[in-house]
Ligand binder design. Structure first.
Ligand code: KIV
Length: 272
C-alpha cells in the first residue's frame, strides 16, 4: 500500500483540544484565494470568511448589505486556497434571524456548496434555537457575543459591550446558553478583559477574542487590518504587523514612473 502525503485539515475537535491543552488558537479572516493560501501556508489554525468582507473588500459602511451570494462566492475562493486551516463562514445579516429553519438551510449551503467546515453567527439567547437546529443537524457553529456588528444600529455604534454589571451578566449567561445549544467555540468582540477572562473560565468551549484581552483561548483579527491594508478605520485593538498600504502605493508609484520613462520593461522582462 502506498503512503501518500495527505495534508489533513484541522477539525473542531483539534480546536477544542487546543483549549484543553492550554494551546492558544490563532484565527484570521480571509476573503480570497491568494490571501487564504498565504495565511494557510503560515499555519493559521482557523480562517474566518468574515462578513467584514462588506467593509474591507466590498466598500460598504457596515456588514448589513452583505448577502448569501457574496459570502458563498468568497468562501469558495478561500476553500480553494487553504488546505490545512479549519474554514468558518460567517452567516450574513438576515440569513439566520428569521427562523431556525432558514438558518439551517443557509448554514447547509456553506458546507454543501462552498466547502466550509463550520459557520459563525452573531447573537445570544435569542439565536440559541437557530444554533441548536444547525448543530443538531451536524453543522458546527461558532457563536459571537459582545459587539455584534450586524446589530450596529441597535447598539448605536461600535462600542465596548458589557461594561455595566447587568450587561456583563447577560453576556456571561448568553455564553453558557450558546455552549448548551451546541456551539463549538465563541468569538468575544470588544468586551472588558476581565469579563472575557471570566467567560473563558466558565465555559468549556474555546473563546476567541477580538478586543477582549489576552485571557481568551485564542485571538482573531481582520487580516486587512493587521497587515495595514485598510485605512478607513483602525480600532484600538488592531495591531498592525505590516504596513502594506504604504508598500502597495510605493510599488505602484515606482511602476508608473518606470512606465512613463520607458525603463519598464527592460531586457530582463522582454522576449528577444
Ligand atoms: O466578520 C468578521 O470579520 C468577524 C470577526 C471580526 C470576528 O466577525
Amino acid at each position: 500500500m502506498s503512503t501518500q502525503n495527505v495534508i489533513s485539515r484541522k477539525t473542531i475537535l483539534d480546536i477544542k483540544k487546543m483549549k484543553e491543552n492550554g494551546e492558544k488558537i490563532a484565527m484570521l479572516t480571509a476573503y480570497d484565494f491568494g490571501m487564504a493560501s498565504l495565511i494557510d501556508e503560515a499555519d493559521i489554525d482557523i480562517i474566518l470568511v468574515g462578513d467584514s468582507l462588506g467593509n474591507v473588500v466590498l466598500g460598504y459602511e457596515n456588514t448589513l448589505p452583505v448577502t448569501m451570494a457574496d459570502m458563498l462566492h468568497h468562501t469558495k475562493a478561500v476553500v480553494r486556497g487553504a488546505q490545512k486551516a479549519l474554514i468558518v463562514a460567517d452567516m450574513p445579516f438576515m440569513s439566520y434571524q428569521v427562523s431556525p429553519q432558514d438558518a439551517l438551510a443557509n448554514a447547509g449551503r456553506f458546507l454543501q456548496e462552498a466547502g466550509a467546515q463550520a459557520v459563525k453567527l452573531e447573537g445570544g439567547k435569542e439565536q440559541s434555537e437557530a444554533v441548536y437546529k444547525i448543530t443538531s443537524s451536524g453543522i458546527p457553529v461558532m457563536a459571537h457575543l459582545g459587539l455584534t456588528p450586524q446589530s450596529i444600529h441597535q447598539m448605536g455604534g461600535y462600542k465596548v459591550q458589557g461594561k455595566k454589571e447587568d450587561a456583563a451578566q447577560k453576556i456571561m449567561s448568553d455564553a453558557k446558553i450558546l455552549e448548551d445549544a451546541g456551539a463549538f467555540s465563541l468569538v468575544l468582540e470588544c468586551v472588558p478583559e476581565k469579563l472575557a477572562q471570566d467567560i473563558t473560565s466558565a465555559i468549556s468551549i474555546p473563546t476567541i477574542g477580538i478586543g477582549a484581552g489576552v485571557h481568551c483561548d485564542g485571538q482573531v483579527l481582520v487580516v486587512n487590518d493587521m497587515l495595514g491594508m485598510y485605512e478607513k478605520m483602525t480600532p484600538k485593538f488592531v495591531k498592525k504587523y505590516a504596513n502594506l498600504s504604504a508598500d502597495i502605493k510605493n510599488a505602484v508609484k515606482t511602476y508608473i514612473a518606470e512606465v512613463k520613462k520607458s525603463s519598464f520593461p527592460d531586457d530582463e522582462h522582454s522576449f528577444k
